[in-house]
Write a protein that binds this ligand. Sequence first.
Ligand code: SAH
Length: 219
Amino acid sequence: MELLDSIKHQGQRKKLIQELNTMGVESKEVLNAMQKVPRHYFLDSSFEDFAYQNKAFPIGEEQTISHPYTVAFQSEMLDIKKGDKVLEIGTGCGYQTAVLFHLGANVHSIERQHALYHKAKVVLTKMRIKAHLHYGDGYLGLPSKAPFDKIIVTAGAPEIPQELFKQMALGGLMMIPLGTKEQMMTLIVKTSETEFKKIEFDNFNQRHFRFVPMLKNKQ
Ligand code: SAH
């Protein structure tokens, strides 16, 4: 499949970015990064015309691409700096991975569904996005690459996965939607090897965003 970023798509994307800004996303870096990532590359062609609506869409394997607002909000709160080593749990279609890459992060991303891992690898390679994709269980993180400056979890987790906490750098940040049926978007700041500060985003939750569950390993 050829990747084509038409004038129409570019215009629609610009409008979406303006909408995100109106919704409170202020980071120029995040808005610029999102302007650079054609979201329609990550969707089946039947959804292509809707790619720039602020909505989630199916990406196969009963999973969804994150809402643009969710991607923007999580990225903004993580305050990604160029060169940050970032671990993403739940590659899905790879859209958030691409945004992190354009923010200058050195991204490692884990996906537990092989079909999605493979699809994301194909599209990100075509886009020349250099991110490290891993097929495996995000609950275990990636000990060989730890510590991470930032961790972003893109599926709803019932509690903070201990392995992920261990793999955070001191002073590192983790954005994670906590909860099973409903989630509270939560920022974790690691203050010592055993302690953390927790900031919950009520407003975010009032938007009634839902995440697919973070599931234990398939095996
Ligand atoms: N980041 C994606 C969002 C994908 S939805 C985007 O940009 O659109 C969440 C993803 O988390 C799904 O693809 C799901 O398969 C994956 N997932 C769920 N539990 C997981 C786990 N334990 N380890 C790794 N990935 C997991």
